[in-house]
Design a protein around this ligand. Structure first.
Ligand SMILES: Nc1nc2c(ncn2[C@@H]2O[C@H](COP(=O)(O)OP(=O)(O)OP(=O)(O)O)[C@@H](O)[C@H]2O)c(=O)[nH]1
Ligand SMILES: [Mg+2]
Length: 656
């Protein structure tokens, strides 16, 4: 795998630059740019993912999504773009653990204000070698954070808007290629501190996590350390303020580190000591100083730490992208599920209207009374049945005599139809509402909305559409009349009457009537049918009935859709994750492939530089450590913790 390497950007005069080295660079660059492309592609896919619906688990998936974006923005992409940037060591931990004091003590001066009031550190303090200033003055590293150049004593953080800006401090006590960042506390009463600390740790190449003998078992730091372990961030732990006799703390911590998957983390014990001018004695910080100084002097070792953290985060991103893809699929399913409910109850509403308008239900009460007023007793029917030749004359005569009756039937029909349609609309709204309520993804969308009934404007819309349909029916009759010469005259008198007859015929068109309805509604329909047939003929009447029925169905469908769209609009407004699951899986897989094929540009085999700057206490630790048989820079193994070796306290405290 190619990592951000120390080769590309002016970092290293010490690297091997033979032919092999150049080829390695080339391969690394190719692999690196593929990886960069793949990661940028993944970032774009993550940016297009919204996870808007409150399906179960959405909340945590959104956190994953935000975390993945942050990982890319705050750490992975900047790291890739600034390969030669110094290794960023973030000093994190609980408030009052002694982070600022440790940083100051390592540098031998007060770069960060330690304090009695907790929490003290609000603005991060980033200390770097003067040569490395260019890396931190722009937003190549920690791009989301403002920064101010600051010297101790100058309170830049008191300027408005700058209280969270990173304070940059150049200090040549620090080896080039290594930067130390004193972060705010991780378990602060101040949310801003906690969030900033987490953001800074997420951008670290190495965590220097500080805890104390009294507080090392606290939950919050371990949650963070678990997260670090999950993405294989490189961690070193400092247990601060260890009193003589409290050495078992180190064993206990070592055990906990192993339990939390951090068995390979370095563990440093800093004994409790009296501060002199705010600084710990050199001896107390010697081992940490030696460890960091060694990293500073050894490009290879430093690169290995940077690579390991980077690898882990990239793997973590791949894992996250698959998890987010699954969450995105669930979103699409929920969206489809909610839309299906809207569709189903909409269809039901249309069907309900069709049934109520074709089984004779409408041809009762007021409608029936007005129709009977219209067609009168059996006289007309009898003349239709008997005098076939004279039917048309009879019909014409009939309609001529009753100009006022037809509109009344029409009106009664419109009222009946309106009630049926409104009922169906209410029913659809109510059932859709209940179904959405029962679905967590739907319930969240209903808050503050009044969708359980047909809309306020529905009655007016329905009325308009019914009038329009009645107009359709008259048009059909008129068109039919125009085709048949001879019916023109009949129409001139009977357009409205024939229209009403067609409407009645439509409402009985399935003919599935039973019992007493056959006698009344059935009879009603038969008269309408006969009238129409007498004027237009059987075939035409069949066609007219079908067409009138279709126009009604279309208008009812339109009304239902216009109501149900209130639900769909909620989904539309959220936008959809359609296709993003697939895209994310693809993007994740591409990152995985690019990471696998990229060639690791192995750290140069050049020997660690000697004679460079050393942190305070490192030199005396080396001589003191060697004298006492403690190898500086050696991992503190669980079997043999340095802190518990004989002679440690004696050396440290200068006592026998
Ligand atoms: N005696 C003694 N005092 C210490 C030691 N470490 C820190 N202190 C004091 O403990 C207090 C807290 O130390 P800081 O270094 O400010 O702690 P911090 O972790 O930076 O705290 P925040 O910035 O609030 O997160 C200060 O008053 C320090 O002077 C130590 O090893 N021994
Ligand atoms: Mg502090």
């Amino acid at each position: 795998m190619t990592r951000p390497n120390g080769q590309t950007e002016g970092m290293d005069e010490r690297s091997g630059t033979g032919q092999d080295g150049q080829r390695a660079d080339l391969r690394a660059d190719e692999g690196g740019s593929q990886l960069t492309d793949a990661l940028e592609h993944l970032r774009a896919r993550l940016g297009a993912t919204t996870l808007p619906l409150d399906v179960p688990g959405a909340e945590s998936a959104r956190r994953e999504l935000a975390a993945a974006r942050d990982q890319l923005d705050d750490y992975v992409l900047p790291r890739l773009r600034s390969r030669g940037a110094p290794m960023l060591v973030v000093v994190g931990g609980s408030t009052g653990a002694g982070k600022s004091t440790l940083v100051n003590s390592l540098l031998g001066r007060q770069v960060s204000d330690p304090g009695v009031l907790r929490p003290t550190t609000r603005a991060p303090v980033l200390v770097h070698h003067p040569q490395d200033a260019r890396w931190f003055s722009t937003d190549r590293v920690l791009p989301g954070l403002a920064r101010v150049s600051s010297e101790p004593g100058r309170r830049d953080d008191e300027r408005p808007g700058q209280d969270r800006a990173v304070r940059l401090v150049a200090d040549d006590a620090l080896p080039p290629g290594l930067a130390l960042l004193d972060a705010p506390d991780v378990d602060s009463v101040e949310t801003g501190n906690r969030e900033l600390a987490a953001q800074l740790l997420a951008a670290a190449d190495l965590w220097l996590f500080v805890t104390t003998a009294a507080r090392y078992a606290d939950a919050v730091p371990w949650d963070l350390l678990d997260a670090a372990a999950a993405r294989r961030a490189q961690v070193a732990l400092v247990v601060d303020r260890v009193d003589p006799g409290a050495e078992p703390v180190a064993d206990d911590l070592r055990r906990m580190l192993e339990e939390h998957g951090l068995g390979s983390a370095r563990l440093f014990v800093v004994p409790e000591a009296t501060l002199v001018e705010g600084l710990l004695p050199e001896e107390a910080v010697g081992e940490v100083a030696a460890y960091l100084s060694d990293l500073g002097a050894d490009t290879g070792a430093r690169q290995a730490v940077v690579d390991a953290t980077f690898d882990g985060v990239v793997d973590d991103l791949v894992r996250r992208s698959h998890a987010i893809a699954r969450a995105s699929d669930e979103q699409v399913e929920a969206d489809a599920r909610l839309r299906a409910v809207v569709g189903r109850y909409g269809d039901d509403a249309v069907r309900a209207v069709t049934e109520a308008t074709s089984d004779g239900t409408l041809l009762r009460g007021e409608v029936l009374a007005r129709w009977q007023d219209f067609v009168g007793t059996g006289e007309l029917l009898r003349s239709i049945e008997h005098g076939v030749g004279k039917v048309r004359d009879a019909v014409v005569g009939f309609f001529r005599g009753r100009p006022a009756q037809a509109p009344r039937v029409e009106q009664a029909l419109a009222q009946g139809l309106e009630a049926v349609v409104l009922d169906a609309l209410d029913d659809a709204a109510e059932r859709t509402h209940a179904a959405w309520r029962a679905d967590p993804a739907g319930a969240a969308l209903l808050d503050g909305l009044d969708l359980a009934r047909a809309s306020r404007g529905a009655r007016m819309q329905v009325g308009e559409q019914i009038r329009a349909w009645q107009g359709d029916v008259l048009d059909l009759v008129r068109e039919q009349g125009a085709e048949r010469r001879g019916t023109a005259r009949a129409l001139s008198f009977g357009l409205n009457g024939l229209g009403v007859a067609l409407m009645v015929a439509v409402f009985a068109s399935t003919g599935g009537l039973t019992g007493i309805e056959v006698g009344i509604a059935g009879g009603t329909a038969v008269v309408a049918q006969k009238l129409l047939e007498a004027v237009f003929g059987d075939d035409a009447v069949r066609r007219l009935t079908t067409q009138a029925r279709e126009r009604l169905d279309e208008r009812v469908r339109g009304l239902v859709d216009a109501e149900q769209v209130r639900y769909l609009a909620q989904l539309d407004a959220l936008g959809s994750d359609r296709g993003t699951g697939q895209d994310l899986r693809g993007a994740g897989a591409r990152v995985e492939r690019a990471a696998a094929i990229a060639v690791r540009d192995d750290a140069p085999s050049a020997a660690p530089m000697s004679g460079g700057p050393e942190l305070r206490g490192a030199a005396s630790w080396r001589t003191g450590g060697r004298a006492a048989g403690v190898g500086a820079g050696q991992p503190t193994g669980p079997d043999e913790p340095a802190a518990t070796r004989p002679g440690f306290w004696r050396r440290l405290l200068g006592r026998a």
